[in-house]
Ligand binder design. Structure first.
Ligand code: 13P
Length: 258
């Protein structure tokens, strides 16, 4: 992990935790961690829990993310949530293009690009997710998949936006499976993603952007993953649902920054 980039440890709660459960969680996490320094800690509850969780999170220096967004500011789009509505809850971040959205809800690279642009326009911070399926890795297509997803996701982004954006490399085969990518595999993919940012937006943008790894991150593998040069934090699913395991991951990651 680079000493110049503040790591981000984000917990993606997926379809778990109500507002009151989430608020209780961040209060307990805040007590457990004390004053958080040198790391951005973020939790991503469901839309309906954002406001309630953000109210408590702010007291503990914990950031809040939504798990998705729509790209329009307003209009006849039943069921959708606009960036300014997310901002109004007190959340500061937005996860975009998670593989579960891509796989189960028809998220496309074009939609991801529009969402990234809309979120930046609203002065929120996107966490743009990319990652290959197992069959794509086996077929040797990992780099091509990452290239397509990263180039599309960043197609409407300026170099100056990159300090407020994070990328998350989440190999789909490692999500919720307990099969973590090896630190070498994760580092290789994150370094490749950083190279893509160099090509598209230049070296300064690439040196600034935080690139996270996600996929079965646990307290006992966090330190090794987070100590890789091009890994600047983690996007954590299952292990972010318990205070002890999420706090353990945060502490392990912080310990690698010496
Ligand atoms: P797991 O940590 O449960 O594998 O989930 C990763 C993830 O999808 C985070 O967005």
């Amino acid at each position: 992990m680079s000493a110049v980039r503040t790591p981000v440890l984000a917990g993606n709660w997926k379809l778990f935790k109500t507002g009151s459960e989430g608020a209780e969680f961040v209060a307990a996490l805040g007590r457990r961690l004390g004053r958080i320094q040198g790391v951005d800690v973020v939790v991503a509850p469901s839309f309906t829990a954002l406001y309630q969780v953000a109210q408590v999170a702010v007291e503990h220096g914990i950031g809040v993310a939504s798990q998705d967004v729509y790209w329009e500011e307003q209009g006849a789009f039943t069921g959708e949530v606009a960036p300014r509505m997310i901002k109004d809850t007190g959340a500061g971040w937005v996860i975009i293009g998670h593989s579960e959205r891509r796989q189960f809800f028809g998220e496309t690279n074009d939609g991801v690009a529009r969402k990234v642009r809309a979120v930046l326009h609203a002065k929120l911070r996107p966490i743009l997710c990319v990652g290959e399926l197992e069959e794509q890795r086996v077929a040797g297509e990992t780099e091509q998949v990452l290239k397509t997803q990263v180039e599309a996701g960043l197609s409407m982004v300026e170099a100056t936006n990159m300090s407020s954006l994070a990328l998350a490399y989440e190999p789909v085969w490692a999500i919720g499976t307990g099969r973590t990518a090896t630190p070498q595999q994760a580092q290789e993919a994150c370094a490749f993603i950083r190279e893509l940012v160099v090509e598209k937006l230049g070296t300064n943008a690439a040196a600034t952007v935080r690139i996270l790894y996600g996929g079965s991150v646990k307290p006992d593998n966090a330190a090794e993953l987070m100590s890789q040069d091009d890994i600047d934090g983690g996007l954590v699913g299952g292990a972010s649902l318990e205070v002890e395991s999420f706090a353990g991951i945060i502490e392990q990651s912080r310990a690698t920054r010496t």
